[in-house]
Structures are given as C-alpha cells and as structure tokens.
Design a protein around this ligand. Structure first.
Ligand SMILES: [Zn+2]
Length: 108
C-alpha cells in the first residue's frame, strides 16, 4: 500500500478518499478482530454458530476489499445496480455499500 495508490480515487463530495479509506480500514480491522475472536472461541461455540459468524465476517471482508478496490479505480459510491450515486448518508452508515437502498432491496 503506497501513497501513489490513492492518486485517481475520487469519491463523492463530502467523502474524501482519505476518510473513506480510514473508515473502510477500520471496518476491516474490526471484522478481522471479530474473525480471530470467533476462531479463538471455536472450541466453545457450536459448529453451526461458528460457521454463521465466520461466514458473515468473511462476506463483509470481501465487500470491504471490493469497496477499497472501487476507491482505487474511481467507481466508489456508484450503485452497481442502477449506476446512480449512492447517497453519502448511506455510505456514512455502510461505507462498503455497493448498491443504493432501492437496488439493495430489489436484490434481497
Ligand atoms: Zn441503485
């Protein structure tokens, strides 16, 4: 990870790439902590619960990595469903969101 990697990322107004990156990295760190905590508790948790939790953490991690990639290639904040801008309010709540609320609900 170098400074140069941030060159062309240009997220929507009010969401400077630097802030978004910090937020995504924070989210990633919490999921990684969650993952290792869950894995450490493996001998206590039931196999099913463990699977659900690791699954969920891994899925979010994948979404976070995709969001970081979108930040790099300049498509961060663009809905993958309809191509319109995802509202900043939504990105503030869910910085790795790849779809607007409408498209998310339609795909759910
Ligand atoms: Zn959409």
């Amino acid at each position: 990870m170098t400074i140069d990697a941030a060159r062309s990322a240009d997220p929507p107004e009010r969401l400077p790439a630097h802030d978004v990156r910090l937020r995504l990295e924070h989210e990633r760190d919490s999921r990684l902590s969650q993952l290792s905590a869950v894995e450490e508790a493996a001998d206590q948790a039931s196999a099913d619960l463990l699977a659900v939790q690791t699954d969920s953490a891994r899925r979010v991690l994948a979404e976070i990595d995709l969001a970081l990639a979108r930040l790099e290639n300049g498509t961060y904040g663009v809905c993958e469903g309809c191509g319109s801008a995802i509202p900043a309010e939504r990105l503030e709540i869910l910085p790795y969101a790849s779809r607007c609320v409408g498209c998310q609900q339609r795909s759910a």
